[in-house]
Design a binder for this molecule. Structure first.
Ligand SMILES: *[C@@H]1O[C@H](CO)[C@@H](O)[C@H](O)[C@H]1NC(C)=O
Ligand SMILES: *[C@@H]1O[C@H](CO)[C@@H](O)[C@H](O)[C@H]1NC(C)=O
Ligand SMILES: *[C@@H]1O[C@H](CO)[C@@H](O)[C@H](O)[C@H]1NC(C)=O
Ligand SMILES: *[C@@H]1O[C@H](CO)[C@@H](O)[C@H](O)[C@H]1NC(C)=O
Ligand SMILES: *[C@@H]1O[C@H](CO)[C@@H](O)[C@H](O)[C@H]1NC(C)=O
Ligand SMILES: *[C@@H]1O[C@H](CO)[C@@H](O)[C@H](O)[C@H]1NC(C)=O
Ligand SMILES: *[C@@H]1O[C@H](CO)[C@@H](O)[C@H](O)[C@H]1NC(C)=O
Ligand SMILES: *[C@@H]1O[C@H](CO)[C@@H](O)[C@H](O)[C@H]1NC(C)=O
Ligand SMILES: *[C@@H]1O[C@H](CO)[C@@H](O)[C@H](O)[C@H]1NC(C)=O
Ligand SMILES: *[C@@H]1O[C@H](CO)[C@@H](O)[C@H](O)[C@H]1NC(C)=O
Ligand SMILES: *[C@@H]1O[C@H](CO)[C@@H](O)[C@H](O)[C@H]1NC(C)=O
Ligand SMILES: *[C@@H]1O[C@H](CO)[C@@H](O)[C@H](O)[C@H]1NC(C)=O
Length: 551
């Protein structure tokens, strides 16, 4: 025991003497270690199986002077009690391994090695024992901040020694500035008047000489909006036919998602939600639609633009109401009115027989073109009228046939003026008349029972010679007109007879008598003015006599 102590002292003595003269046996430090971990102080001595140190002495100094850790002699190791089970010395290199480190192991370490040939090697280094970084957490005092309004403070917490903090926004380091500031040794990041672009992810990086640890990413649900409130209509139009369906949709840029409300002509509707369905729309739903977006966090209400929607009914039930009385040419007036049972009419057009109707001194079109007034009605005014009703969603047509009654005009009898006895005679009477004229015939002033336009004599005899009057009458206009036709029937050719002078005188007298008779008859006719009243028509009647004479 005494011997051992003696040799230990000798070694100490030797090392003290040789101290500063020996070569530096430890590389430059410091050496770092982690609490509970191991550390090895390697010497610069090369490993050699023949190398054998007389003594290897490690001492520790944390300010209160050197304290022995371990002294290694060729066959014995003396370990200070507080290092029991925690040190191992490599006898060929002199390196020291220190196990189960504690914070108290931080300090200066020195080694003194005496070789067998009396050389002394010394070295010194520093050990820093760090606590490992653990429990890195980030916590914000506001998780859903309101853009522009809120100031958010994020604190980074971590356990460990010699900690440094920094912050990353994505991958770039936050250096602190006007809105983002660092405090409390960079543990706390304060974001003033937060913007949506500050939503992260952010993380806190904690480091010491031993390790670097990142916190979990933190993001902020920055509340903003509603912005860009936009309304769309499907189908896309400003004009709809009543009865159709349309959907208004509203969108907004907003966190949290906006709530939508709808207004019609400035009044809030009951409907909520991003869509407003309008089914079977009525004209009364025409107006201004607005959508309002509300953010319950930012407490902001914002309207979309105004959507002016017009709903129109298609024109239906178009008709023309015409005159109820019969129209008589040059006498009546006619008022035609164009209407529809449903639909607002923007404009009207009138056509007659396919051509645009233009006003004249007898035709008046009302300012709104709803009616056409004709006074007096001419024959040429008769025809097919079309009224076109137009609005922005439809067109509709109505037609009306204007019947103009007139005549009879141009009563004409056609036939051969001279025929031989025994031939068939056909006289054809015609007249222009609406409605069609009713015909009757008279021979030499005597009414015959013929009511057709044709007057037929199957076998003409000399006695058929005379005046044939065709009478045409129009029951609507009350007009009667007639035409006279002179027929002469020649006797069959007989052998020429020698007339006695008495006979010639008789013929001359007869002719003279006939002339007198004709004059008398004509005068009588002139006095009577009217022919036989043939038709029982109401209203005033006119008689037009026309004498057709081939001579
Ligand atoms: C420290 O060294 C000992 C013995 O060599 C070993 O059992 C242990 O696992 C080491 N510990 C660490 C943290 O390396
Ligand atoms: C000493 O260290 C050297 C080199 O690191 C190694 O090869 C050798 O095995 C160690 N010796 C002992 C006894 O641990
Ligand atoms: C969060 O921290 C910031 C900075 O300290 C402070 O201004 C703000 O009022 C805090 N917000 C809340 C909700 O505590
Ligand atoms: C944190 O955010 C960064 C940047 O966006 C990303 O690269 C990384 O993977 C995230 N880490 C985790 C744990 O999500
Ligand atoms: C805080 O961070 C800034 C920027 O990253 C750096 O310049 C400063 O040295 C840090 N301060 C501390 C106490 O770590
Ligand atoms: C409108 O929607 C209703 C159901 O809501 C449907 O019965 C109807 O056919 C639709 N009308 C049109 C024109 O699509
Ligand atoms: C709809 O908006 C237009 C334009 O702002 C306005 O002129 C019109 O009077 C509004 N209509 C109604 C029914 O409020
Ligand atoms: C945000 O700040 C404005 C102006 O100071 C204020 O009127 C508004 O009420 C604030 N919004 C919220 C959600 O606190
Ligand atoms: C034609 O009839 C319409 C509708 O009854 C009426 O408003 C209009 O005044 C009439 N026109 C004339 C010239 O009588
Ligand atoms: C024509 O239209 C009018 C007005 O819309 C209506 O009163 C009348 O009954 C219609 N007549 C016919 C024949 O449809
Ligand atoms: C209405 O009349 C116009 C002109 O004659 C014609 O072009 C159009 O096709 C008609 N429309 C209908 C619905 O009858
Ligand atoms: C009819 O009148 C014509 C001359 O006006 C006359 O010649 C003829 O004999 C008359 N006929 C009869 C049957 O009266």
């Amino acid at each position: 025991m005494a011997l051992r102590n003696l040799s230990f002292l000798v070694a100490l003595l030797l090392s003290a003497i040789e101290c500063c003269s020996g070569q530096q046996a430890l590389p430059p430090g410091p050496v770092t270690g982690m609490v509970t971990g191991n550390v090895t102080f390697r010497t610069t001595v090369l490993d050699s199986p023949v190398q054998q140190f007389l003594t290897i002495t490690w001492t520790f100094n944390n300010g209160g002077g050197p304290k022995p850790v371990v002294t290694s002699l060729p066959n014995i190791q003396k370990i200070a009690p507080e290092y029991s089970g925690r040190v191992m010395v490599n006898t060929t290199t002199g390196s020291l391994q220190l196990l189960k480190l504690t914070l108290g192991d931080s300090g200066n370490y020195a080694v003194n090695m005496v070789t067998q040939d009396g050389q002394t090697l010394t070295g010194e280094t520093t050990l820093n024992v760090y606590e490992p970084i653990s429990g890195v957490t980030v916590k914000a005092n506001v998780t859903s901040p309101v853009e522009f309004n809120d100031t958010v403070s994020v604190k980074c917490d971590a356990a460990g020694s010699q900690l440094f903090f920094k912050w990353l926004n994505g991958s770039s380091e936050i250096s602190g500035g006007s809105r983002l500031s660092l405090s409390d040794g960079n543990r706390t990041l304060t974001i003033s008047n937060i913007l949506r672009s500050d939503s992260g992810p952010l993380c806190c990086v904690v480091s010491n000489a031993l390790m670097t640890t990142r916190s979990q990413n933190i993001t902020f649900d920055v509340c903003y909006g509603p912005d860009d409130v936009v309304m769309t209509t499907v189908p896309q139009s400003n004009l709809y036919t009543s009865g159709s369906n349309l959907t208004l949709s509203c969108s907004a840029v907003s966190v949290p998602p906006a709530q939508f409300h709808w207004a019609f002509n400035g009044n809030m509707l009951q409907q909520e939600g991003p869509q407003l369905r309008l089914d079977n729309i009525l004209d009364s739903q025409s107006g201004n639609y607005t959508c309002w977006a509300y953010n319950s966090k930012t407490l902001q209400y914002k309207p979309s633009g105004l959507s002016h929607i017009t709903i129109m009914q298609k024109i239906s039930g178009a008709n023309i109401t015409g005159p109820s009385a019969l129209i008589i040419a040059d006498n009546s007036s006619a008022n035609m009115t164009c209407q529809a049972t449903a639909g607002i009419i923007d404009s009207r057009e009138w056509l007659k027989d396919g051509k645009t109707l233009s006003p004249s001194n007898t035709v008046t079109i009302s300012a709104d073109k709803s009616s056409v007034f004709i006074k007096p009605v001419r024959v040429s005014d008769g025809g097919d009228y079309l009224c076109k009703l137009i609005n922005r969603v439809s067109t509709a047509n109505a037609t009306y046939k204007l019947n103009v009654n007139y005549g009879p005009l141009k009563v004409t009898v056609v036939g051969k003026p001279t025929v031989k006895e025994g031939t068939r005679v056909e006289l054809k009477c015609s007249a222009e008349s609406v409605p069609t004229a009713v015909f009757s015939w008279a021979f030499n002033g005597t009414v015959r029972n013929v009511k057709t336009p044709e007057f037929i004599i199957e076998h003409a005899v000399f006695g058929d010679t005379g005046r044939y009057t065709c009478m045409a009458s129009n029951s609507v206009t009350g007009i009667n007109a007639s035409s006279v036709y002179l027929l002469s029937v020649k006797e069959q050719d007989s052998p020429p007879e020698q007339l006695s002078s008495g006979a010639i005188v008789g013929i001359v007298i007869g002719v003279l008598l006939a002339v007198v008779l004709i004059v008398v008859v004509v005068k009588k006719l002139m006095k009577r003015r009217n022919f036989h009243q043939l038709d029982m028509c109401a209203g005033p009647s006119k008689t037009i006599e026309r004498i057709e004479s081939p001579y």
